[in-house]
Design a protein around this ligand. Structure first.
Ligand SMILES: Cc1ncc(COP(=O)(O)O)c(C=O)c1O
Length: 393
């Protein structure tokens, strides 16, 4: 067990730290800001490394690939919490789950083809399956309203596939309550129509609100007011059923910090450049355009003084795009300093182009509630993944 300062002092390459106290504080905050009785479903794609820490305090977990299900199994996550989701569910994967009489997770349905697959498998294994029908947001995801109606109308009473509700997700970083209101009005109307006109009374409504995270210094987002407004919209829905919010970013972002070291400093034609050992393959902020916005960051152990020089912070990929921040005033930096990027707990460590240039994938530490850090993934060398096999036929 190590302390954070020891790791910052001794680490030779970039790494992430995910703080369990902050993670749990975040879930408490969301719960206390949302209407009573709302369940939370963690979209584990946001950060699988913190899943185990919250699996007991979260009602559901959204799983979008066989790999994510493997992770849950390795972490001994209860299958009762699993919502098997994702636009493509391979028949082998679904058959493995349906044929397992111990598996009691639920599934989302993304198309008529998928619905028929579930019908066939439930018959083959004589097993009851519970599904949520995913309503499309006019993209490749989900099912049209009219096709959902067809599925509901055709659902034979003896069918072993039980449609228990509707799922809907339309995008992430949604800051506009007006847009959310439009969505919820439409969903409320659709759920009511299914009940009144088709006799289908959804028991569950699983909604991905895409709650936003403030990543940049210039963001002026009032989260308390936003969540209050959101709660009023939920309370105002006329269709009443169990509501689950499917959330990734807003749960996990604030618990993460990304640390990268300054490895070179130069001035090219009047522009100050700090080169770090990490880069855009490790850290991505949604909404960052051409590195123009300033993410929340600090230089470890250094305070800002007046007249701080502006710096471009660039990563170590051989790409002119590898600029993390442009023209940001920094304290008096030198080679060997460590830059800490805030809000790096969601998506950052999985959305980067980690195989480009065969650089190392950073280590990950969990900061536990007792103050100690444990390493939950060592630094991973990727050259092996980009090296062709040498055998020739
Ligand atoms: C179906 C679904 N639900 C929930 C989420 C989580 O979204 P967010 O991280 O914005 O909360 C995603 C993210 O892509 C998703 O695809």
């Amino acid at each position: 067990m190590m302390k954070k300062e020891e790791i910052i002092g001794s680490s030779k390459s970039a790494f992430y730290v995910f703080d369990v106290i902050e993670l749990k504080r975040r879930i408490d905050y969301l719960r206390s800001s949302l209407p009573d009785g709302i369940s939370l479903c963690y979209a584990m794609k946001a950060n699988p490394f913190v899943l185990k820490e919250i699996s007991d305090i979260i009602e559901k977990i959204e799983i979008c690939s066989p790999g994510e299900e493997d992770i849950c199994n390795a972490l001994h996550i209860s299958d009762k919490k699993m919502v098997i989701s994702g636009i493509y569910k391979s028949p082998d994967f679904i058959e493995k789950l349906v044929s397992n009489d111990k598996f009691s997770g639920i599934y989302t349905v993304e198309s008529k083809t998928q619905y028929h697959m579930f019908c066939n498998l439930s018959k083959k294994y004589n097993r009851e399956i519970s599904v949520l029908l995913r309503l499309t947001n006019d993209s490749q995801f989900g099912i049209n309203k009219s096709d959902i109606e067809d599925i509901i109308r055709s659902a034979d009473r003896n069918e072993k596939v039980r449609c228990i509700g509707i799922q809907y997700f339309s995008g992430t970083q949604k800051t506009s309550l007006k847009r959310i209101k439009r969505e919820l009005d439409c969903l409320d109307g659709f759920l009511t129509h299914l009940k009144d006109d088709l006799g289908f009374c959804a028991k569950h409504f699983e909604y991905g609100p895409g709650f936003p995270v403030s990543y940049f210094e210039e963001d002026s987002f009032d989260e308390n007011a936003f969540l209050e407004g959101f709660s009023q919209l939920i309370d105002a829905m006329s269709f009443k059923c169990d509501i689950t919010l499917e959330i990734g970013r807003s749960i996990a972002a604030s618990c993460g910090k990304y640390y990268t070291h300054i490895v070179d400093i130069k001035q090219n034609n009047g522009m100050n450049y700090a080169i770090v050992d990490g880069g855009m393959h490790h850290i991505q902020y949604f909404g960052q355009q051409m590195a123009m916005k300033h993410p929340k960051l600090s230089v470890v152990g250094k305070a800002y003084i007046s007249n701080n020089k502006p710096w471009n912070i660039c990563g170590s990929l051989c790409s002119m795009n590898d600029i993390l921040v442009k023209q940001m005033p920094l304290p008096d930096i030198k080679i060997g300093d460590t830059i800490c990027f805030e809000n790096a707990g969601a998506y950052c460590m999985t959305e980067g182009i980690s195989l480009f240039l065969s650089r190392d994938i950073p280590a990950i530490y969990l900061a536990l509630e007792n103050g100690n850090l444990i390493c939950v993934r060592e630094t991973f060398e990727t050259a092996c993944l980009n090296t062709p096999k040498q055998e020739r036929i």
